[in-house]
Design a protein around this ligand. Structure first.
Ligand code: SF4
Ligand code: SF4
Length: 394
């Protein structure tokens, strides 16, 4: 089943429920690692996707999010002129898709102006709102400005389960209403679902809901316990459950034409290859779409996050300061940040991920490694694979 049509495939961006960042910054990894990778122009990999938190303000206070409801702009938010100057630099890094995210991106009044400006630079634009502010008018405005796809988070198949996960009564109904308006405006939408112990048993029902409402894609996300999401620690599934759900996903993918993607589940890329080998299927773009050609964690190798104040990070879950666009040109940060160079070189990784034969296609979740194992270069805590080199096999 190909997912080649994906408008945007990555997350750590942040539809509601996938915080585009979290408040407990890290400051980085002492010492770093001197090596860098050597692919792409001048050894710098092209940037494929940018999650841009155009504002941190939000009208909701979901219990797993980093922020309280905060409807005023946060201090230090980029001005319209600063935001446009930043957009001017994006084409120097490649031809990235821009995910306009938040917070709630629609809380920023100039979002249509910024989308239009980015479109004017031939950049593909998608949006990750929480859905509650979508009206017939704003849906048309998105379409007119040039938004190509909208992602909406749904974490349960009905109001009871979804609202309980969000901790916001009425969130399900509001999202469904928003989706209806998107459809009326002719805008494509995808559903994002965070996998937790609480909704694991409801996956089939959530999938059927996606089918019923006409979603273009369904992306499942593995919970990263950061920010207020850390309070959901008991909701994190174990490495064994993780393995089982990703194997289920591999099989389930074959039963539908809907685009399915496991996101921030880097070792799905390992499981896909193990299963494809067993099935005798070559891992090609034709057979597996973008999963065949991209790394599980794209943070720092094809993807990055830019905060509302211009701080560049590997992703929204990993508040690792890679530089600020107010003091260093964005393309320079992408090319030279110490942390990005680390993420591009397996020698910098520790534990299993440092010796794993699947590193190039997986690399483990750096945010989970940081939160659960104390270093962004530590091994992925929720992977049950034992690399061949760790067992002495070549
Ligand atoms: S570190 Fe990588 S896999 Fe983990 S949340 Fe960020 S982008 Fe996703
Ligand atoms: S050990 Fe690390 S690189 Fe290897 S499959 Fe697991 S998470 Fe991926």
């Amino acid at each position: 089943m190909s997912d080649a049509k994906h408008s945007f495939e990555h997350p750590a961006a942040a539809p509601t429920g996938h915080p585009g960042g979290h408040p407990n910054g890290t400051g980085g990894h002492p010492g770093g690692c001197p090596h860098g990778q050597t692919s792409g122009k001048d050894g710098v990999p092209p940037l494929r996707l940018i999650a841009w938190e155009i504002t941190r303000s939000c009208n909701l206070a979901c219990k797993h999010c980093r922020a309280e409801a905060h409807t005023e702009p946060y201090p230090g938010e980029l001005s319209t002129d600063e935001a446009k100057a930043l957009i001017d630099t994006f084409p120097e890094t490649g031809s990235p898709i821009i995910i306009f995210t938040g917070g709630e991106p629609m809380m920023r009044k100039d979002w249509p102006e910024l989308v239009r400006y980015a479109k004017g630079k031939d950049l593909r634009c998608v949006m990750a709102p929480n859905g509650t502010l979508i009206t017939p008018e704003t849906a048309r405005e998105m379409k007119d400005a040039g938004i190509e796809r909208v992602s909406i988070s749904i974490d349960g198949p009905d109001a009871t389960s979804h609202d309980a996960f969000r901790g916001v009564e009425g969130a399900f109904a509001a999202s469904m209403r928003g989706i209806e308006y998107l459809k009326q405006a002719g805008l494509e939408f995808q559903i994002n679902t965070t996998v937790t112990k609480g909704n694991l048993g409801m996956f089939r029902d959530i999938f059927h809901l996606c089918e019923k409402i006409g979603a273009a894609a369904w992306h499942i996300f593995l919970l990263v316990p950061t920010g207020r999401g850390a309070e959901l620690g008991e909701e994190i599934i174990s490495a064994e459950e993780y393995e089982a759900v990703l194997n289920w996903f591999y099989d389930f993918r074959k039963t539908t034409d809907m685009q399915l993607k496991a996101t921030c589940a880097p070792h799905y890329h390992r499981i896909l290859r193990q299963r494809a080998k067993e099935d005798g299927i070559p891992v090609t773009f034709e057979n597996f779409g973008l999963d065949a050609v991209s790394r599980g964690c794209l943070g720092g190798v094809g993807f990055c996050f830019i905060s509302h104040t211009g701080q560049v990070q590997p992703c929204g879950y990993l508040e690792l300061d890679c530089g600020n666009i107010r003091t260093t040109p964005f393309p320079e940060i992408w090319a030279k940040s110490k942390h990005f160079l680390e993420f591009r070189n397996q020698d910098c990784f520790e534990g299993k991920c440092g010796v794993c034969e699947y590193h190039k296609v997986c690399a483990g979740c750096r945010a989970r490694a940081y939160t659960m194992n104390g270093s962004h270069l530590a091994e992925e805590p929720l992977c049950s694979h034992t690399p061949r080199r760790a067992t002495g096999k070549s």
